[in-house]
Write a protein that binds this ligand. Structure first.
Ligand SMILES: NC(=O)c1ccc[n+]([C@@H]2O[C@H](COP(=O)([O-])OP(=O)(O)OC[C@H]3O[C@@H](n4cnc5c(N)ncnc54)[C@H](OP(=O)(O)O)[C@@H]3O)[C@@H](O)[C@H]2O)c1
Length: 248
């Protein structure tokens, strides 16, 4: 792994420097990072899944970002398409998290309106800490949700989960770092709500074409968000960029 902004950095230190938390806090809400991978032509999925774009280095960045996060947040379509399980961490990561006062692994926070989720899957029956299912207050979830033994339900907003309100709820519970892993529909909402602090973007060395979504899918942002390049790393043809969102 090569640090393209700091070419003399020891390769063994590149990844930890790349993902190191920024000093600034998100103010009265948790800091929110997104992590997405796209092909050179901008596709975020191959055959409906993101794993076709991934590689060893991308997985390493993915896991290191998770290792830093208090919680991982994802939309239900991503959880379904990418078959999410509970977060995992090796002993070293668990020890580092314990030293920082974090849970051994980050809880996964899933947003859903309809509750069409694989309730019998380990993400909802065996996760520790329990998976947080965020849903609008005014929806009735399917009966199968009641059997999910490792879930904490949080009702926020009406019709849709209000993303800013959800982040405020998480912040009040002590969550300081949220890693949002998509998909494009959720990331667009996070950005539109003014809640995005950092973007980790992997360019996978592939051309995919097709009609897969870009990294964000939602109404155009006015004004668009200005980003500052904060890190640039290369490994096996994959480019890893880290951007800070500039204040408007
Ligand atoms: N390349 C990458 O890095 C990457 C990362 C993530 C995902 N992906 C790909 O992106 C695709 C999925 O992304 P997507 O944008 O279509 O969907 P998504 O954002 O993952 O999920 C959309 C779903 O999340 C729920 N949701 C989103 N916002 C909500 C809100 N405010 N309130 C309540 N529920 C909300 C709804 O669930 P219900 O339908 O349950 O109501 C909605 O249908 C998949 O193909 C996946 O592989 C790629």
């Amino acid at each position: 792994m090569r640090d393209l902004l700091h070419p003399h950095r020891d390769p063994s230190e590149v990844l930890s420097a790349f993902v190191a938390p920024a000093q600034e806090r998100g103010g009265d809400r948790p800091r929110v990072r997104i992590n997405m991978v796209a092909s050179v032509d901008g596709a975020t999925a191959v055959d409906g899944e993101s794993r076709g774009l991934s590689g060893d280095a991308d997985r390493a960045v993915f896991h290191r970002l998770r290792a830093e996060a208090d919680v991982v947040m994802a939309g239900a379509a991503t959880v379904r398409a990418d078959r999410y399980g509970p977060a995992k961490a090796d002993d070293a990561v668990r020890a580092a998290r314990a030293a920082r006062g974090q849970t051994p692994v980050p809880a996964v926070v899933v947003l859903t309106r309809g509750g069409d989720l694989p309730w019998e899957a380990p993400l909802f029956t065996a996760a520790d800490p329990a998976t947080v299912v965020a849903h609008p207050e005014d929806v009735t979830l399917p009966p199968a949700a009641a059997d999910a033994s490792a879930v904490r339900f949080v009702g926020v907003g009406r019709g849709s989960v209000d993303v800013a309100a959800l982040l405020a709820v998480l912040g009040a519970e002590g969550v300081a770092q949220v890693l949002c892993e998509g998909g494009p529909g959720l990331i667009a909402q996070v950005a539109a709500a003014g809640c995005l602090d950092e973007a980790f973007v992997t360019v996978s060395p592939r051309l995919v074409s097709g009609d897969a979504s870009r990294m964000m899918r939602g109404p155009e942002l006015h004004p668009s968000l200005r980003l500052r390049l904060a890190g640039l790393v290369e490994d096996d043809g994959f480019l890893f960029a880290r951007y800070h969102v500039e204040a408007p």
